[in-house]
Every structure is written in structure tokens, then in C-alpha cells.
Design a protein around this ligand. Structure first.
Ligand code: AMP
Length: 393
């Protein structure tokens, strides 16, 4: 796979698929510009070469042209992040679009309207991909967050650039982060998995058995494993239809010599509510009517020891209902242990959905080696799937 570093963009127009699918508030103001900033190195490289850039992205999930999701809302943020003027093209097809793009001078940047205003984008229409391909000399994919989608701009378009397609620097960074954890990671390698349900993480657990030395399982998914072993879990979240599977996973861990660490104690609540009464309980003995909403101090101590001794760390999923301050201590403490381990030289990757929100909320995103920009794309990579956006390159 070629990268932007393999090309000289002098007098060339780079057609760059970026992932500017950033969160907006109700007034369409950008809440978090991480994804915009993450695309900057690729854009700067192309501009420095003497090329021009045409940026294309989706934003949200509009059904047809719905200006609530217009990329115009993020234009100022893009200009601020890149420290450059950016031309807005209110379309993704047509003669006017082509005219604006052809008039771009070296060093200039334009951004097209939301790709998902066209249903041909998500349906993966080849004709639409061909039309898009006319807007650049070299196709660059830097949209890791959309790389698990087989859409016109992320995958099909690459066919129209046989020798002129490459990955951007962000996409490379994401791929290298996953490889560093699952392929070349220094041992011991620990995977910390949490979140609500074991069902959404089964494929990941199965894929990493041969790649890690230990797995720490926390959060809501742990209770299915405890019930499977005869524990009393009260009202804690549990997937009864996955109890057999939990026992199988415990066996598979043994077969693969993977140390499986489950919580020892919990902070239980008498209600699913931040203001609920709470008490610390052994995880195998949760009082009827109570539910575990966070891991307890003994679990934090045991988990932290594993994390601090690890040389490579993968973290996906919170240890409890971290959105409620009274039940966020376990997740925060695991973040602290990862920080210490990282400071001691371990490589740490945080990826996939809620653990990313957690490290950002706790201001820990600078304390880990890498925070992935792709939720679903990171999860599918950890599941061992080849992402269509990467395969196309
Ligand atoms: P996931 O999207 O599967 O990673 O799950 C993340 C969600 O799991 C977060 O919103 C947490 O609040 C939730 N969660 C974590 N631990 C628990 C728990 N013990 N009980 C209920 N929900 C939990």
C-alpha cells in the first residue's frame, strides 16, 4: 500500500477522503475538532509539495440533502485547524464543482458538501464513485473512521486511480497502532475490555486470544461471566443467553494460556441512578435488588498490577457506568494505571467508542500512546476484519 509520502504532489490535485464526521451541538457548533486536526499532517504535506487539496467527507446520517448536516457548519473550524482559507463547494457533482476544482492553485484547499446528501455514496454506486474520481489526480484516503464502510468515496473510488491512490498519514498511524498491539507488541500484552454487553465484544475476544497474555474484563459484561460461574449478581446487567458462551471463553482462555482477570468486588447501587444508595460488595455476592455499576477497590488494585507490569496495552470499553460521577472511579483508576504504565515505557492504545469518550472526559488523552479516531473501524480491526477502505488501497 502506498502512502502520501510516496508521491510528490507538485501541481497535482489531491482528492482526499477525510473523516470530518465531528460531533455538533444543537446550534451546529463543533464540540470536538480532534478528527479535523488529525487530518492536518496529510493536508500540510500535500500543500508543501505544491499541490492543491479537495476534501470530501460525510457528516452525520442525513437522508438526502438536509442542510442541518451541511459541511458548511464546520468550515470555520476547518479553516482554523488548518490555519488557511478553505473554499466551500456546495455540491459533490456537476460542472460548477469541476470548474471550481480546476481553478484551484497550488496550495489552495476546497471542501465539498456532505457526501451523504447522495444516497449513491452509502449504496456504493460505481457511477457516483467515477464522477467523484474526476475531481483529483491522486486519491488519498485518510478517513480511518469510515474505512469499515464499502462506500463510493471510501472504497469504490480507488479503482479509478490504479497507480495513483494512497493512504494518508492518519490512516497509517491507525494501522500501525493496531499492528503495534496485535502483531508486534512487546510482551506482556494486556487487553482491557469493558462496556455494557459481552455480545458486542465476542468477536474481539476470540480474535485476540492468540495475541495477548492477559485479558481484563470489566464493566457490565463481567456479570455474565460471574453468573456463569454460579455467582449471585442481583440486578446487575446480564445476558442470560450468553452464559454458555462465557463458560466457553473461560475455557478458551485456559487453553491459550491467557490469564483472564474478572472483577473481585463492585460498587453496587440500589438503582440505576447517580444518586442511588451505594455500597461495596464482593462480585459473587451482590445483594438481591442491587446492581454492580462500577468495579470496587480490590479489583482496581488487581487490575492495576497487571496493567503496570504490561509492556503493551489495549483498552476498549469502560469499567462501569462512567457517565455517572459516583460510578466513574473504576474507569478513571484504570486510566491512571495505564498512564503510569505508559510513563514507564509501555505502549497503550485506546480505541473504540466509549473508552475514547472516557479518556477525553477525564483529560487523559495525552497520557496514553494513541487514541484512535475510529469507533466502528477500530472495533472491526480488533475483530480481525480487513476494512474495505484499506483493502481498496
Ligand atoms: P459499550 O458501548 O458496549 O462499550 O458499552 C458502554 C456502556 O456500558 C457505557 O455507556 C456504560 O455506562 C455501560 N456500562 C458499563 N458498565 C456497566 C454496568 N456495570 N452496568 C450497566 N452499564 C454499564
Amino acid at each position: 500500500m502506498k502512502t502520501v509520502l510516496d508521491f510528490n504532489f507538485l501541481n497535482k490535485t489531491a482528492l482526499i477522503r477525510v473523516d470530518f464526521n465531528v460531533p455538533l451541538d444543537s446550534n451546529q457548533k463543533v464540540l470536538d475538532n480532534t478528527r479535523i486536526l488529525s487530518a492536518k499532517p496529510t493536508i500540510i504535506k500535500i500543500i508543501r509539495d505544491g499541490g492543491s487539496c479537495v476534501l470530501m467527507s460525510h457528516l452525520g446520517r442525513p437522508k438526502g440533502r438536509n442542510l442541518k448536516y451541511s459541511l458548511r457548519h464546520i468550515l470555520k473550524d476547518v479553516e482554523k485547524a488548518l490555519d488557511k482559507q478553505v473554499k466551500f463547494i456546495p455540491d459533490c457533482t456537476g460542472k460548477e464543482t469541476l470548474k471550481t476544482i480546476r481553478s484551484l492553485q497550488p496550495g489552495e484547499i476546497a471542501i465539498m458538501e456532505n457526501l451523504r446528501f447522495y444516497e449513491e455514496e452509502t449504496s456504493g454506486c460505481k457511477k457516483f464513485a467515477k464522477k467523484l474520481s474526476e475531481f483529483g489526480d491522486i486519491y488519498v484516503n485518510d478517513a480511518f473512521g469510515a474505512a469499515h464502510r464499502k462506500h463510493a468515496s471510501t472504497s469504490l473510488i480507488a479503482d479509478f486511480f490504479p497507480n495513483k491512490k494512497c493512504s494518508g498519514l492518519l490512516l497509517n498511524k491507525e494501522i500501525m497502532a493496531i499492528e503495534k498491539v496485535l502483531k508486534t507488541g512487546e510482551r506482556p500484552v494486556v487487553a482491557i475490555l469493558g462496556g455494557a454487553k459481552v455480545s458486542s465484544k465476542i468477536t474481539i475476544i476470540n480474535n485476540i486470544f492468540k495475541k495477548v497474555d492477559s485479558i481484563i474484563l470489566g464493566g457490565g459484561m463481567a456479570y455474565t461471566f460471574i453468573k456463569a460461574q454460579g455467582g449471585e449478581i442481583g440486578n446487575s446487567i446480564c445476558e442470560d443467553d450468553k452464559i454458555g458462551l462465557a463458560l466457553e471463553l473461560i475455557e478458551r482462555a485456559k487453553e491459550n494460556n491467557v490469564a483472564l482477570h474478572l472483577p473481585i468486588d463492585v460498587v453496587a447501587a440500589d438503582n440505576f441512578n447517580n444518586e442511588a444508595n451505594k455500597k461495596e460488595l464482593q462480585i459473587f455476592n451482590i445483594t438481591a435488588g442491587w446492581q454492580g455499576l462500577d468495579i470496587g477497590p480490590a479489583s482496581i488494585k488487581a487490575f492495576s498490577k497487571v496493567i503496570i507490569n504490561a509492556k503493551t496495552i489495549l483498552w476498549n470499553g469502560p469499567m462501569g457506568v462512567f457517565e455517572m460521577p459516583n460510578f466513574s472511579n473504576g474507569t478513571k483508576s484504570i486510566g491512571d494505571a495505564i498512564k503510569i504504565s505508559t510513563n514507564n515505557g509501555a505502549y497503550s492504545l485506546v480505541g473504540g467508542g466509549d473508552s475514547v469518550s472516557a479518556v477525553k472526559e477525564f483529560g487523559m488523552d495525552k497520557d496514553v500512546s494513541y487514541v484512535s479516531t475510529g469507533g466502528g473501524a477500530m472495533l472491526e480491526s480488533l475483530e480481525g476484519k480487513t476494512l474495505p477502505g484499506i483493502a481498496a488501497l
